[in-house]
Design a binder for this molecule. Sequence first.
Ligand code: NOJ
Length: 438
Amino acid sequence: MWGVGTSAYQIEGAWNEGGKGPSIWDTMAHTLPMVDTGDVACDHYHRLEEDLDLLGEIGVDAYHFSIAWTRVLPEGTGEVNQTGLAFYDRLIDGLLDRDIEPWLTLYHWDLPQTLQDQGGWANRRSVDWFTEYASVMRDRLGDRVKNWITINEPWVIATLGHLEGLFAPGLNDWPTTLAAAHHLLMAHGSATAAIREKVSDANVGLSLDCRPAEPASESASDIAATRHFDGFRNRWYFDPVFGKGYPQDMVEAYQALGRLDPGLIRPGDEELIATPIDFCGLNYYTSVRIAAGEEEQDNPEGPVGINPPSGFTEMGWLVDPDAMERFLLRVHQEWSPKSIVVTENGASYSDGPVPDGGVHDRRRIKYLDAHIDAVRSARDRGVPVDGYFVWSFLDNLEWRAGYSQRFGLVWVDHPTQQRILKDSAYWYKDLIERYSSG
Ligand code: NOJ
């Protein structure tokens, strides 16, 4: 199954239209000097038909997108906004008309501001808020949508949003970070059960981000730092979701540092987090080398601009398909989900239109080709990878990096909203055709 992905805040725009309420990203965009905002983004809200036709033209089997919680429940809970729901009805019907399978993500980072005002994910009640929202979506769309992703990238939400202050809601506190992470995982378990309860043939999972890490040297201190980094970045999420509970070494480390509120993890919570899922969504982009002192650092440099050093993307991310293959094997061996779906993989390169009218993004094709090869070889080694989504369908708002970082198969000229299929889109189309013809 070959697909492409997007998320609501990154493409929809229309931030205050059709009865939509404000999210934490709207607040961040309007209170900080952000380079770009999602107020208009790719104007997808108004260009739905054109974008559906582009998806049809690329020929994808599946499309993954997210719902803007505040389009549907402007206050976060309570009153449902029919105009917002109608937009997603049109999107889903448009996909089904084109034989494209909808993969719906419930939460891709845009928490209703009203809920943030009550503590957001750090408040245990967020589990109930999210379950209510998931149930509204299930009741409305469960007849047509079978593939559900509850939460996208819990580490990013918790850490970049509540510790590093880089992403909404822009906080800087360890206990809040671990509380947000815990409630996100509980919300995932609770929503999974709610969807399953009414949609008997639902395929439910979540998208976990990962960062494979190798020690920078064979020194004992680098090896220990790498082990800690893996706990902080990967195991804290994979272990409880797959029934192993929180990793004990990390619980002890966080407790010793006073980061973990003693009352946070209560009896029954870990069982809820481990509610069985149908697939593990995996978002993979890059890997890191960790030296002592870097055990909680992840890409500290940030985007590096349009001439990245060879072997890196413009996000400053190392291109490392072998690490992807090894991580897929690890997921299979260590956590054994029934099925794995690569829910995101892709590269930021800013190659744009040239006088012949095309976009010759050779570096993206090379990146995708190498990573798809890695997936193929993991499958040959017995890893049950059942789908692959390129991030992203459109050049969109790369969060705090704005429109400077382009991940799309489709070029978007933001001032005019003109779309152009890049060479990578045609390359992907050919690949999909080759597969479907056997
Ligand atoms: C992960 C996120 O889910 C997505 O929103 C983001 O644009 C890509 N990675 C690239 O950074």
